[in-house]
Design a protein around this ligand. Structure first.
Ligand code: FMN
Length: 357
C-alpha cells in the first residue's frame, strides 16, 4: 500500500491513506457547540485523506469532558455544519466519532443525574472534575429496558451528524468508554444477554452499529476498537478471550460491510490484528496507540508491509496541519506540545505553522 494514493472506503473517496485520529481537544463551550475556531482547526487539516473528529457526545449522560462538543441539539448540529462546510470547501472529508463516555464521566462534568455503565463497578482511583480531584463515581448499571434508548441516542446523533453535512460516523468502542466497557469482562459482569460469554459481551456493540447502519447506511459508518488497551479499568488481559471476543465481533460486523474498521493496537502485524482484518469485511485503518506519537517511519513501515488500508495518526496531525505534505517530502516537523492538547483557545490548536512554500 502507498500512503499517498487515493482509496475508497464505503462512500468516502480519500485522496490519500493518512487519516487523522479522533482527538479530544475540549474547545467547545458549556453548550457543546463547535465554534468557528474548531472549524478553522479542522479546515487546516483537510489535506488528510479523512479526518475523524474528537469524540462527540450523544446525550447528556454520554458527555465525558468539560468543553467536549455534542451532537444532540440543533445548535450543536449547526456548529458541526459550519465545520463540515469549512472542511469541504478545503477539499477534505470528515467523519464524526460518536461517543458515550459511560462510567468514565462524572455527574459534575456531564450535568446528568447519574452516570451509567454495563455494571455498577467504579473505576479505581480519582478523576478530575471542575471542582477538583475526586473518586470515580459508582455508575448505575443500565437496565435491560433502558438499552434501546442508548442505541437510539447513537442513531439520532448519527442522523444529525449527516444532516450537518458530516461525511460519515465512527462509533467509539475503544479506550474504556461505554461500548468498550460492554466488551470486557472486567467492566461487564451482567448476567443477562449482554454479559458473560463473548457472544453476549459483543451484543450491545453490534446492536448499536447495526442500528446506525440501518439509519445512515453502512457506506458511511465505521467503528473504532482498541483490544488489550487496558485503560480506565477496562482490562483485557486474557489473550484467548480477547481473540475469541474480537473475532466474533468481526464476524458479526462482516455482513454489514462497514466503511471502515479503525483498529488501535501496538502490534498491527500481530495475529490478533490480522485475524480481525481478515474477518471484518471492511477497510482496515491502523493506529499503533499512545506509547509514543506515530512517526513517518512507522506509517511507511505499516504501508510497505501492507498491514492496513490506511494509517491513523494523532499527535503528528495535531502539530502539523500539513502533515501529508511534510511526510511526502520528508520535511521537518513541528513537535506536539502536550500542555495545550486539552485547551483552551487557539494556542497549540490552530497556531502550529504549515511549511513555508
Ligand atoms: C489529546 C488526545 C486526545 C485524544 N482523544 C481521543 C478521542 O476523542 N477518541 C479516541 O478514540 N481516541 C482519542 N485519542 C487517541 C488517539 O486517537 C490516538 O489513538 C493516539 O493519540 C495514538 O496515536 P498517535 O501516536 O499517532 O498520537 C486521543 C489522543 C490524544 C493525544
Amino acid at each position: 500500500m502507498d500512503l499517498f494514493t487515493p482509496v475508497t472506503f464505503g462512500s468516502l473517496n480519500l485522496a490519500n491513506r493518512l487519516v487523522m485520529a479522533p482527538l479530544t481537544r475540549v474547545r467547545a463551550g458549556d453548550d457543546g457547540v463547535p465554534t468557528p475556531l474548531i472549524a478553522e482547526y479542522y479546515e487546516q487539516r483537510a489535506s488528510l485523506g479523512l479526518m475523524v473528529t474528537e469524540g462527540t457526545f450523544t446525550s447528556d449522560e454520554a458527555k465525558g469532558f468539560t468543553g467536549q462538543p455534542g451532537i444532540v441539539t440543533d445548535e450543536q448540529q449547526a456548529g458541526w455544519a459550519r465545520v463540515a462546510d469549512a472542511v469541504h470547501a478545503a477539499g477534505g472529508l470528515i467523519a464524526m466519532q460518536v461517543m458515550h463516555a459511560g462510567r468514565v464521566t462524572h455527574t459534575e462534568i456531564s450535568g446528568a443525574a447519574r452516570s451509567v455503565a454495563p455494571s455498577a463497578i467504579a473505576i479505581e482511583g480519582e478523576t478530575r472534575t471542575p471542582s477538583g480531584k475526586t473518586a470515580h463515581q459508582v455508575p448505575e448499571a443500565i437496565a435491560l429496558d433502558e438499552l434501546p434508548a442508548v442505541v437510539e441516542e447513537f442513531v439520532a446523533a448519527s442522523r444529525r451528524a449527516l444532516a450537518a453535512g458530516i461525511d460519515a460516523v465512527e462509533v467509539h468502542a475503544a479506550n474504556g468508554y461505554l461500548l468498550h466497557e460492554f466488551l470486557a469482562p472486567s467492566s461487564n459482569t451482567r448476567t443477562d444477554a449482554y454479559g458473560g460469554s463473548p457472544e453476549n459481551r459483543i451484543r450491545f456493540v453490534v446492536e448499536v452499529v447495526t442500528a446506525v447502519v440501518e439509519a445512515v447506511g453502512a457506506d458511511r459508518v465505521g467503528l473504532r476498537i482498541s483490544p488489550e488497551r487496558n485503560i480506565q479499568g477496562v482490562i483485557e488481559d486474557d489473550a484467548a478471550d480477547v481473540a475469541i471476543t474480537y473475532g466474533l465481533l468481526a464476524d458479526a460486523l462482516a455482513p454489514l460491510g462497514l466503511a471502515f474498521l479503525d483498529y488501535m493496537h501496538p502490534e498491527p502485524a500481530g495475529a490478533l490484528a490480522q485475524d480481525i482484518r481478515s474477518r471484518v469485511n471492511a477497510p482496515f485503518i491502523v493506529n499503533t496507540g499512545f506509547a509514543s506519537p506515530t512517526t513517518r517511519d512507522e506509517a511507511f513501515a505499516i504501508a510497505s508491509a501492507d498491514l492496513a488500508d490506511a494509517v491513523s495518526i494523532g499527535r503528528a496531525a495535531i502539530a502539523n496541519p500539513d502533515v501529508v505534505a511534510r511526510w511526502k517530502a520528508a520535511a521537518d516537523e513541528n513537535e506536539p506540545d502536550p500542555s495545550t492538547f486539552y485547551g483552551p483557545g487557539a494556542a497549540g490548536y490552530t497556531d502550529y505553522p504549515a511549511l513555508a512554500v
